[in-house]
Each structure stands twice: as C-alpha cells, then as structure tokens.
Write a protein that binds this ligand. Structure first.
Ligand SMILES: [Mn+2]
Length: 142
C-alpha cells in the first residue's frame, strides 16, 4: 500500500501524464509545491515499489500497477469533490477538505460514498429534500 505522500505523487503524476503526455521532476515539484530534490527522492522510492520506472535523463513512466492506482486515486479525489459539493460544502473549502481526508478513508467508504452520490444524482428531488433540511438548520442556528 502506498503511503499518503506516495499517493499524492502518484495522483499528480497520473494527471500530468494524462494532460501533457509526460511528467517531469520539475513539473511535479511545481504542482506539489515541493523542492525538486524531494521529488527525485520520492520518484526513486516509487520506482523501487514498482509504481513507475525512472531514468534520470529519460524521465519516468508509470508501470501498469502505477497506472491502475493512479487512476483510482484521481477518481477518488474527484468523487470526494463531487460528494462535498453535492452536500453543499462551500466551494472555497472543497479542495483543501478533500486533500485532508482522501488518504484516510477505506476503499469501502469510498465505494459507499459513490453509492450516495449516485443516489442523489438519480433523482434531483433528493437534493431538494437535503437543501430543505439545510435551510431549516441554518435558520435555527441564526
Ligand atoms: Mn488529491
């Protein structure tokens, strides 16, 4: 199992490769706001764990294991953003909240949240009921 920090790297590397076709150490460092030397260290660690293959002058490629987990990590992040948005969390908190919780939920919890998002998406009336409750609650607390 990758550590939270390895997950952040794999998630970002997967996105960079999807968007640009490659992920350079400098791009990863910029995206994660870390020093390039930290990226090099982590990339070597990810190479050792068979998530990717890194060659200093040729760049890196994800292995099939790395691609598989990278894709799931990106899905998990997007699902949690959709979930928080759906339950009415203010936009300005969503990204930081997801970064704070994404590594700490089981895949079972992720799948159950997926069910819940689907539950609300399948019938807009369900969202309206939730909004009604939220409206009542905010009136009560004022
Ligand atoms: Mn994330």
């Amino acid at each position: 199992m990758p550590t939270p920090s390895m997950e952040d790297y794999l998630e970002r590397i997967y996105i960079l490769i999807e968007e640009k076709g490659y992920a350079r150490v400098s791009d990863i460092a910029e995206a994660l706001e870390v020093h390039p030397s930290s990226v090099t260290k982590m990339v070597q660690k990810l190479d050792k764990s068979d998530y990717l293959i890194y060659e200093r002058y040729r760049g890196l490629i994800l292995t099939s294991k790395g691609k598989k987990i990278g894709k799931r990590l990106v899905y998990r992040h997007e699902l949690l953003e959709n979930f928080l948005r759906m339950i009415g969390v203010h936009n300005e908190y969503i990204y930081q909240d997801v970064e704070g919780i994404e590594h700490h939920l089981s895949w079972d919890a992720i799948d159950r949240i997926g069910d819940l998002v689907q539950y609300f998406q399948e019938d807009p009336k369900r969202r309206e009921v939730l909004e009604q409750i939220q409206k009542q609650n905010s009136e009560e607390s004022n």
